[in-house]
Design a protein around this ligand. Structure first.
Ligand code: MN
Length: 367
């Protein structure tokens, strides 16, 4: 008995608890060398320590006890290699599932045209919209363009002498629409915007008469997910998107303009942006360089929300208070867009105007 180890001592030396040792013994592993018939105490031989260590390691590798028992009948390195290969396959399978889960996650940003009744009838949203555009009181043509293709909405303000500006703004929106792939997502929107920029640049580069054309682009996509509705917003230039809730306008985009740079640098008070002589100078536009990165944001929406997307022909001609007054007073989005265009014209109409008003309303849950 002297050279045998009591279960407590063997446990301390092997790293296996007494409870684990009892469960192993029940499975035919590490059977005690002796049991005191009087006290029931279990004793282990020191020579069992290497096997205990081996079992501990295999358990850490999550090998089932039954396989360990079989292995110990005829231990050899081949079985360890087989377990290693199985583990590689399992890890690869789990990794693949995680990758597919990542792709599946973007499907949560599906639009309202996804099959109804998913997730037990999660509330979705109803999207209604209206738009209006006008050349204004001064410009000979309208180089602003707009796109209403739910869940995608966009405006573009063409730059350059006739006909270049209108070619650029329409090409940008046509490309945006064609390249905005399903399922709708912020990545899809950003990529479509980059494709639009590439298209405008290539066309300007290929046709001498169109050299120097460019355009702004501000686009929003309503992403109707299982949990919540989000708005994907991309912007290049000084067209803008706003949220309008509870009578308050909040700007979702940041102008890429010289004046915005002066404001950011603290050299120009925010409220003076409309009257600055360099107001029209942009620091980023589609068509100027082959690759253009849009600003991207993904604001979450809660409750009913009105979204305004417009060119500077509106925002330079009317202040936030005037815009908010129309958005508050006029319920129909098409009529609101038309009245905003009229407002810009009444205030001078110095530029082309394009306006989209989008109302996003949560559906009532199914009863
Ligand atoms: Mn403009």
């Amino acid at each position: 008995m002297d050279e045998l180890l009591a279960i407590g001592e063997f446990s301390a030396q092997s790293g296996l608890s007494a409870k684990v040792l009892r469960s192993y013994a029940a499975a035919g592993l590490l059977v005690p060398a002796a049991v005191d018939p009087w006290s029931g105490y279990r004793y282990y031989a020191p020579s069992q320590l290497p096997e205990a260590r081996l079992i501990l390691l295999l358990r850490q590798a999550e090998v089932p006890l039954s396989e360990i028992a079989a292995f110990l009948q005829d231990p050899g390195p081949d079985q360890l290699r087989r377990w290693g290969r199985d583990l590689d396959l399992e890890v690869a399978g789990r990794r693949r599932a995680l990758d597919e889960a990542r792709a599946q996650l973007s499907l949560l940003a599906m639009t309202a045209d996804s099959p109804p009744g998913r997730n037990g009838g999660t509330p979705m949203t109803t999207v209604t919209s209206g738009s209006a555009t006008d050349r204004g009181k001064v410009r000979p043509t309208n180089q602003d363009a707009l796109l209403v293709s739910p869940p995608l909405f966009a405006v573009a303000d063409g730059l350059g002498e006739v006909p270049r500006g209108e070619v650029a703004s329409q090409l940008a929106l046509d490309t945006l629409r064609a390249r905005f792939t399903a399922p709708p997502s912020v990545e899809a929107l950003a990529e479509a915007a980059r494709e639009a920029a590439r298209a405008v640049w290539q066309r300007a580069d290929a046709e001498p008469s169109l050299e120097g054309m460019g355009t702004t682009l501000t686009a929003v996509a309503v992403l109707d997910g299982l949990e919540r509705t989000r708005l994907a917003v991309v912007n290049v230039g000084d067209s803008r998107a706003y949220l309008f809730r509870d009578g308050q306008l909040s700007q979702l985009t940041r102008d890429h303009s010289v004046v915005q740079g002066l404001i950011d640098a603290g050299e120009l008070p925010q409220e003076q942006w409309r009257t600055h002589p360099k107001r029209a100078l942009l620091t980023r536009a589609l068509g100027v360089t082959p690759v253009v990165d849009p600003d991207i944001s993904l604001p979450a929406l809660a409750g009913s929300t009105r979204v305004l997307v417009c060119t500077d022909g509106l925002t330079a001609q009317a202040d936030d208070t005037q815009l908010a007054a129309v958005l508050s007073a006029v319920a129909d989005p098409g009529q609101a867009a038309a009245e905003l265009v009229q407002l810009a014209d009444r205030n001078g109409g110095n530029d082309n105007i394009a306006v989209i008003v989008i109302d996003i309303t949560p559906d009532q849950p199914a009863p």
